[in-house]
Write a protein that binds this ligand. Sequence first.
Ligand SMILES: [Zn+2]
Length: 271
Amino acid sequence: MPELPEVETTRRGITPHIENNTITKVIVRNRSLRWPIPTGLNTKLKNRKILSVTRRAKYLLLKTDVGSLIIHLGMSGSLRISPMTTAVEKHDHFELQFKDGNCLRLRDPRRFGAVLWTKNDPQEHKLLINLGPEPLDKTFNADLLFNKSRKRKTSIKQFIMDAKIVVGVGNIYASESLFLAGIQPKRLAGKITKKHALDLTAAIKKILKQAIKQGGTTLKDFKSSDGKPGYFQQKLKVYDRKGEACATCKKPIKQITLGQRSTFYCTHCQK
Ligand SMILES: [Zn+2]
């Protein structure tokens, strides 16, 4: 599943190709994604220029002077730039064609992705307005994490995965951040110390920045037509490493289930 680093990598990959580029045609081949792709997009967007490509949580926001497209990659979506003469594949559901002969194609085999439209500020859209801070933003800091966690009886892992607290900390990154911060994932959010909050916010930022940096090396994949999304294998310390030796203490990594999600940690290094 594309997580925040993949979405940010996608944003950086497609931006130079579509920003300030003029849309000549919008093609919807299959409207039934997570929500139906709205009708009339070709009329609205024909001859409009993409003014900016930004990201909020895992939503990509393509702004024009008449409104914004909000794109989510869902479980299996990917965006690619290719010449519009490139053969269309089975799961290429949505396409923006540009004046320079290239197109932006959304491929989504499982169709949990979304293409939405708003003529207003997309930050005010109902899907975005209640989201917590961006993890790499200064507004996400130890004080915020500590204060919001008081009296919370959920596990710290589920707490940091709650998009109302902070966006973009998916299952993999939650396990990895808690390992880096030395915090046991089952610990109650209300019981973390100020030191924990400081270590954990720093760990989340570090892990996500690393993943984005690694994604940058695969940017070239966004301009290919081989159908492979530009996602990347990351160097993980605990996630999906059940029974393998902890990188720090060599004891086996443990797997548990928390909030129905696989959770990996070291019983020795994480307290
Ligand atoms: Zn360990």
